[in-house]
Design a protein. Structure first.
Length: 157
């Protein structure tokens, strides 16, 4: 999956196409998961290695004196392309979003707070719009809810 994401990024793409996903034998849920993970890896390539433009042809693991080593076969070098802009910065969670995620997870405020490592009072303040979770807490909440989109809060489960 990492090789696919890397090579798509070299072509200036931000994600895998629906046609490419349809060519797999995966069910709809796994296609969605695959697309999401490839998109994340593409974004990570742009963030961490923006200047590297060599296509990865093949990846394999070989044993070298009993230790596993990654063997990478490189191919073409792509011309420099502009990195796509990402304007999908996560929106802050609203009190309604937090309440919906907690309820969808089937957790009481007490269990939700324990899972996040915060007080029940803090969860209550979030759900009543009197406080907002910090960045780390927001990511934990999103992870608990299985949010797959930052544009509209979508809970799976």
């Amino acid at each position: 999956m990492g090789r696919i994401a890397w090579n798509l990024a070299l072509r200036g793409r931000r994600d895998v196409s629906q046609t490419e996903l349809d060519a797999t034998d995966l069910d709809a849920d796994n296609k969605e998961l695959l697309a999401e993970n490839i998109s994340k890896l593409i974004r990570r390539k742009y963030e961490m290695y923006p200047q590297i433009r060599i296509k990865v042809e093949k990846l394999s693991v070989v044993l070298d004196w009993g230790k596993p080593r990654l063997k990478v076969t490189l191919s073409d070098t792509y011309k420099e392309i502009p990195i796509p802009k990402y304007d999908d910065e996560p929106k802050p969670l609203t009190s309604e979003d937090i309440l919906a995620i907690r309820k969808k997870a089937g957790l009481s405020q007490v269990k939700f707070a324990a899972a996040l490592g915060v007080s029940v009072k803090r969860v209550s303040a979030w759900e009543h719009g009197k406080a907002t979770p910090d960045e780390v807490e927001t990511e934990k909440i999103r992870g608990m809810g299985g949010i797959i989109s930052t544009e509209a809060v979508m809970v799976t489960g």
